[in-house]
Ligand binder design. Structure first.
Ligand code: KPL
Length: 301
């Protein structure tokens, strides 16, 4: 399969690197990462140990492939969609954090849009080198739920590259469950500069559980069947499985970068307001991370 990975930061480089073991892959990345990959290939370290030679470019316009995998930060999705609309793809798969990405892609693109979640731990160590800090899984399917041939075909191609893949027919529920995981782990670890396992410790655990529970309540009000128990179990299982990993929001804060707070806890707050539900923990976490962003002069929506 010809695959474009749009937004090859940490996770995108890991997924793209793994896919390149089996498929023809082009990474759309920033420099100096893109030029390092062009010059010396992409080195996968940690749980994966390999060197692959995908194409790499900084220009994502007018690309042509069977599949585009979108791994940009959620706040960059509108620009990614605009750029992807200049190319030609049979399908587009979002493997991003937060909610609302698929809808933005579907608004601007005519191709079938698949939704996905990825729970691999990934850190871009230096240009051209990505470390897999935790083995995880990819779940993908149609964004509305239900099956499709294209979801099966993409799932088979991703699985063939050695990434543990499930094709699911209940993506709306899976996306809300992943949102509960991220709502519980990301802001708490970013604000306290701790690794994911810290949310299993007493004080942080209350906060992370409250954020995940509120997320499940909003999901149910949004007609998605996600119990508190399932949301809490998912959050704590991921925290335990990735205990030594640095969450993506903690990585962003450490690097003084804009975070995905708007698409994670901020999304819960906005959807809760529309549905008339109180979500005080998500509101507090959102306010704290936005205050940090503003203090650093980083734009926050
Ligand atoms: O998705 C993640 C992230 O860091 O954004 C988790 C699942 C929390 C793993 O670190």
């Amino acid at each position: 399969m010809n695959i474009v990975v749009f937004g090859a930061g940490s996770l995108g480089s890991l997924v793209g690197g793994a896919l390149a073991r089996e498929h023809d892959v082009t990474l759309v990345a920033r420099d100096p990462h893109a030029s390092a990959v062009r010059e010396s290939g992409l080195r996968l370290t940690g749980q994966f140990d390999d060197r692959v030679r995908p194409e790499a470019t900084t220009d994502g316009r007018s690309l042509d492939a069977d599949l585009a995998v979108v791994t940009v930060k959620s706040f960059d999705t509108p620009v990614a969609a605009e750029t992807l609309s200049t190319g030609s793809f049979d399908a587009v798969l979002s493997l991003q954090n937060g909610m609302g990405n698929e809808a933005i892609l579907a608004d601007r693109l005519d191709n079938p849009i698949l939704a996905g979640t990825a729970s691999y731990g990934a850190v871009l160590q230096e240009p051209g080198v990505v470390e897999c800090t935790g083995l995880g899984a990819i779940v993908l399917g149609t964004r509305e739920g239900g099956g499709s041939q294209i979801a099966d075909r993409v799932g088979e191609a991703v699985d063939r590259a050695g990434l543990e893949t499930t094709v699911a027919e209940d993506m709306p529920r899976r996306l809300w469950e992943k949102l509960a995981v991220n709502a519980g782990i990301n802001a708490v670890t970013a604000l306290t500069r701790t690794e994911n396992g810290a949310v299993l410790d007493a004080d942080a655990n209350d906060l992370a559980r409250a954020a995940a529970r509120e997320t499940a309540r909003v999901a149910r009000a949004d007609d998605v069947r996600l119990s508190n128990r399932a949301a809490l179990a998912a959050m704590e299982n991921v925290a335990a499985a990735t205990a030594a990993n640095t969450s993506s929001m903690h990585q962003d804060v450490r690097a003084d970068r804009r975070t995905e707070i708007g698409a994670i806890n901020g999304y819960v707050v906005d959807r809760a307001a529309e549905l008339g539900i109180e979500v005080p923990t998500n509101r507090a976490l959102t306010a704290l991370v936005r205050t940090w962003e503003r203090g650093r002069g980083i734009r926050s929506e």
